[in-house]
Design a protein around this ligand. Structure first.
Ligand code: ATP
Ligand code: MG
Ligand code: MG
Length: 502
């Protein structure tokens, strides 16, 4: 059997339990690099944000970026880790053109943060605790672009391009302990875990956290063992998976592939794998043993990083509320159902609703406007709902106009469109367009007489007790008043006129 064959996911689950492990690399958004004063900027002309330290010129000395250390401590704290009182950098030696120094400055046996955990909420509401082994500081490598080869840009090219702008960009690598017991929820957990880490670093403000830019990258380790067996199987490590969907699919694919290999009686090879979005599959990278000889040794050019307990506590005091706790708090405060709240989160309007409530709207009014009106308009305009230009004040004002009986709901949506078209504030638009609910009964009665006269058969039905037929008369009045009547009042007046109980 070919090693790259797969079993169906269900078949794999009948026989094996998956064990997962994630190494998530987070690029920090510091102004300068981890050990040099070169700018840390994405997307600039290649090899412009590089200095002699990044290039490993002889005689240069690195200097630790204090903000990067602070950000690393914040990440450690947000992941419920212990923070080392003192920790050192180490050289991870390897020879490859993405690193001109021939070693990556990293941390080895003394990570800055260790022994943490993250509680991950799954779709069915259960909470799965992922234990964090460590979070350590290191620097990113340069970016290689292979011009030839299967995925290359130029057919038959035999060279690669290198951009050292990324060398020395501060990274935090977050490593989980082996995760057992996820069973068939392993792919979902993989996606939810990386999503949670991404959300945390974004919320801390320490990373731009854009996966499509490589700010957050995941290496996904997967192994299988037969049900009931204690010993772990051999793992594969799918490198640099850079979207949430891809993490989910890569874990799923690797589970299916491992199952096929194990079923065929062949050994699983401990290796890196590459994820391919187009075929939704992985291919073999390089073999990798746990004892890869990086000849780690303490970095002699840097003193240990000492994190005093006072400093750590100062940083802890600056941490924002964790995203999961914030969601829980808001859902309870607003009294939304699970489904309503999930819809709000998925539509990306939780913050907007919070602001609208703070501006004076009730939770239900805020949800009605954002979910019922604004999300749909944002979709049409192909922008984020928060970018449509609706301020909390607009909604509060619109709602007040309706509550005071100045305009009805239908007019309010027209006023909203006016606001979006830049015609002014809701009150100005109401004034300019002459919108107003006709509250004076006189003109309404006239319109009612006309509508009844136009549809005598309907009038007869209502008199005879078929009150539900009233819609046709109300409709006629609304049409005659160009939508400016209060439909409830019209209904009352019609019933009064016909001498029927509502
Ligand atoms: N048998 C296994 N099955 C699945 N995951 C495993 C297994 N053994 C270890 N892991 C996980 O794999 C990850 C290994 O990451 P770690 O950074 O420790 O080592 P590495 O991948 O060998 O090193 P490098 O950082 O150079 O890639 C951890 O998350 C660990 O929990
Ligand atoms: Mg690894
Ligand atoms: Mg690692």
């Amino acid at each position: 059997m070919s090693v790259d064959a797969t079993l169906s996911f269900e078949e794999a689950m009948e026989k094996y339990d998956p064990v997962l492990g994630f190494e998530v690399h987070v690029e920090l958004n510091t102004k300068t690099k981890m050990f040099s004063s070169a700018p840390n900027v994405f997307g600039d002309e290649p090899n412009t944000n590089v200095n002699e330290v990044d290039l490993g010129m002889p005689g240069v000395l690195p200097v630790v970026n204090k903000t990067a250390v602070e950000s690393s401590i914040k990440i450690g704290l947000a992941l419920n880790c212990k923070i080392a009182e003192s920790c050192r950098f180490a050289r991870k030696n390897y020879f490859y053109p993405d690193t001109p120094k021939n070693f990556q400055t990293s941390q080895y046996d003394e990570p800055i943060a260790y022994d943490g955990y993250l509680d991950i909420e799954l779709e069915d509401g259960t909470v799965f605790r992922v234990e964090i082994e460590r979070a350590h500081m290191e620097e990113d490598a340069g970016k290689l672009t292979h011009m030839g080869g299967a995925a290359g840009r130029i057919q038959g090219a035999d060279y690669s391009l290198v951009d050292y702008n990324r060398s020395g960009v501060p990274l935090v690598e977050i490593v989980t302990k082996p995760i057992e017991g996820a069973g068939s929820r392993a792919p979902e957990l993989a996606k939810a875990y990386v999503a949670a880490v991404r959300e945390i670093v974004k919320n801390l403000g320490v990373s731009d956290a854009k996966m499509e830019r490589g700010n957050v990258r995941c290496d996904a380790n997967v192994s299988l063992r037969p049900h009931g067996r204690e010993l772990f199987g051999i793992r594969s490590e799918t490198k640099n998976v850079n979207s949430l969907r891809a993490v989910e699919h890569a874990v799923r694919y690797e589970i299916q592939r491992h199952a096929a290999v194990l079923d065929s009686g062949e050994p699983v090879i401990q290796e890196t794998r590459h994820w391919h979005e187009d075929t939704r599959s992985t291919t073999s990278g390089r073999p990798k043993s746990d004892a890869d000889d990086y000849r780690y040794f303490p970095e002699p050019d840097l003193v240990p990083v000492v994190a005093s307990r006072e400093w750590v506590e100062e940083l802890r005091a600056t941490l924002p509320e964790p995203p999961a706790e914030r969601r829980k708090r808001l859902k309870e405060a607003w009294g939304y159902s699970d489904l309503e709240f999930r819809d709000v989160v998925n539509a990306g309007v939780m913050d907007s609703i919070e602001e609208t409530i703070a501006a004076g709207a009730s939770a239900d009014v805020a949800r009605k406007w954002w979910m019922g009106e604004i999300v749909g308009r944002a979709k049409v305009a192909d922008v984020d709902p928060s970018e449509l230009g609706v301020t909390p004040q607009v909604i509060v004002e619109l709602n007040k106009l309706v509550e005071d009986g100045k305009i009805n709901n239908k007019m309010a949506t027209q006023v909203l469109d006016g606001v979006l078209a830049g015609e002014g504030t809701p009150a100005e638009i109401v004034e300019k367009r002459g919108l107003a609910v006709v509250s004076d009964d006189g003109p309404l009665l006239e319109a009612i007489d006309a509508a009844l006269a136009a549809q005598p058969d309907v009038a007869e039905k209502i008199r005879g007790g078929k009150v539900q037929a009233i819609g046709a008369i109300v409709g006629g009045v609304m049409k005659a008043t160009r939508g400016q009547a209060d439909a409830g009042r019209v209904r009352e007046l019609i019933l009064e006129k016909l001498g029927v109980e509502g």
